[in-house]
Design a binder for this molecule. Structure first.
Ligand SMILES: [Zn+2]
Ligand SMILES: [Zn+2]
Length: 284
């Protein structure tokens, strides 16, 4: 499995010289399975560059499988600028896991004719909605499972197990220790992510952001590293970066994470996700 980050920023795009190394586009991750099936996780502004690459590759013959965690703007804002949607030969499949997600996929707010001039019925590509509320299912060479996360309004996390023995867990936006009722506990998430090659998790906050941001639906770096340790994940990618964090601040988080891993989880590798970075996952 090959995983490429096209957007790693949470909440709002952050262009400019102080974020150029880690990137300012909001969340979007490209996943290429071992049979070359394309999965796209979230449609933040990072999906725009991915769309341009897909047109260059002229890869419109195969369907594009879209997995949107939830309809907050930072996860859907790039959709109207995803070039394949304007090609008649493109086929995009929105996989949905809750009745709410199904409703949003059928009537995306970004294509309601008010937030953007084009309505969903006028999008040239073939759009399909696949209702997968019944649990695990298969896409290409992978089995996909889902889990509900702790986030205001809800968010869906995914686990993708490819036939080549590699796996990816994508958990954003999620507050590991929410102040109110817990939808899915840390222990349940550790089981969901057990032994994964790559755990991508929302790590928007630091202890200094608390208690002001408690209940906002995002996690602290320490809690994410601890989840990786509990799950025995081989790699943990800190993701959905706080918009106020510039490149130097993210470098400090990277150094902190390396030190944390050296002390608490020597088998694990932690990384701060960067735009345009590709990870080749290997079965072990
Ligand atoms: Zn978000
Ligand atoms: Zn959100």
């Amino acid at each position: 499995m090959r995983v490429t980050f096209h957007g790693v920023r949470g909440s709002v795009p952050t262009p400019g010289p102080s974020t150029v190394r880690y990137g300012g586009n909001t969340v979007c991750v490209e996943v290429r399975l071992s049979d070359n099936t394309l999965l796209v996780l979230d449609a933040g502004t990072g999906i725009r560059e991915l769309g341009k690459q897909l047109l260059t590759d002229n890869a419109m013959t195969a369907p594009i499988h879209l997995f949107i965690t939830h309809p907050h703007f930072d996860h859907i804002l790039g959709l109207p600028f995803f070039a394949p949607l304007y090609r008649k030969d493109a086929h995009a499949i929105f996989h949905t896991f809750t009745p709410r997600a199904h409703r949003h996929a059928k009537h995306p707010v970004v294509f309601d004719g008010e937030h953007f001039p084009i309505r969903v019925a006028d999008v040239p590509a073939r759009l399909e909605t696949a209702d997968a509320t019944n649990g695990e299912f298969f896409v290409g060479s992978a089995r996909v499972q889902h889990v509900q996360l702790n986030h205001p309004g809800g968010s869906t996390g995914f686990r993708i197990d490819d036939a080549d023995g590699t796996s990816l867990c994508y958990l954003t936006d999620n507050e590991l220790h929410p102040p109110g009722p817990t939808t899915t506990s840390v222990d349940q998430l550790a089981r969901f992510a057990a032994n994964t090659n790559l755990l991508i998790h929302d790590a928007q906050y630091l202890p200094s952001d608390m208690p002001a941001k408690r209940g906002w639906g995002h996690s602290q770096v320490d809690d994410v590293l601890e989840l990786g340790r509990l799950a025995e994940a081989r790699n943990v990618a800190l993701f959905h970066h706080e918009p106020e964090r510039d490149d130097e601040a993210l470098d400090r988080i990277a150094a902190y994470s390396d030190a944390w891993v050296a002390q608490h989880a020597k088998q694990m590798r932690a990384l701060v996700a960067r735009e345009r970075e590709t990870l080749e996952l290997k079965a072990s």
